[in-house]
Design a protein around this ligand. Structure first.
Ligand code: SF4
Length: 169
């Protein structure tokens, strides 16, 4: 649990009904965060046309509240799309460390998940060797429907999180 959350708990714990307040705030915050995922662009391989398609008018991932953004300081998610080399993995980690909490990582495609067709390459790596991955989306490349399904799994995970502390305590 983060320091600010602990501090908030210390200040609110003596109030009658504080647990209900935590639950309500958690619910509202979880709902809002679920529909406002801002992933940073991180496209490194040939899965990218499928990812672009999910942002296009036919699949329109923006209707789920997903808005790819170009500034790491405002983003709360990295979608790693395609093969990651050993050199590039260090950049993924660098970007991940610049993001504020809470932050999430989605591995899109067989390559970032487990090297895919480059399983015996000296250069390809699985991205979870460098950053913690929340959702893995299989496929080479994954279809837009699979990417949308993965995003919905991430949304479900975000909705169930308890940041104020009642269930994590
Ligand atoms: S998973 Fe397949 S489509 Fe995606 S980057 Fe790797 S080889 Fe290309």
């Amino acid at each position: 649990m983060q320091e600010e959350t602990k501090e908030l708990r210390r200040n609110l714990d003596f109030l009658p009904g504080s647990k209900q307040v935590y639950s309500l705030v958690d619910y509202v915050a979880g709902w809002a965060r679920k529909y406002s995922i801002w992933p940073i662009h991180f496209v490194t391989g040939c899965c990218s046309p499928e990812f672009m398609q999910t942002m296009g008018s036919e699949y329109d991932m923006e209707r789920l509240g997903v808005l790819p953004f170009a500034s790491v300081r405002q983003c709360d998610c990295i979608m790693v799309v395609g093969v990651v080399s050993r050199k590039m993995a260090l950049r993924v980690k660098y970007l991940y460390e610049q993001m504020g909490e809470p932050k999430y990582v989605v591995s899109i495609g067989a390559c970032p998940t487990g090297k895919g067709p480059f399983y015996d390459s000296y250069a390809a790596v699985a991205v979870d060797e460098y950053v913690p991955v929340d959702v893995y989306i299989p496929g080479c490349p994954p279809r837009p429907e699979a990417i949308i399904h993965g995003v919905m799994l991430l949304q479900e995970k975000i909705r169930k999180e308890r940041r104020i502390g009642v269930r994590n305590a």
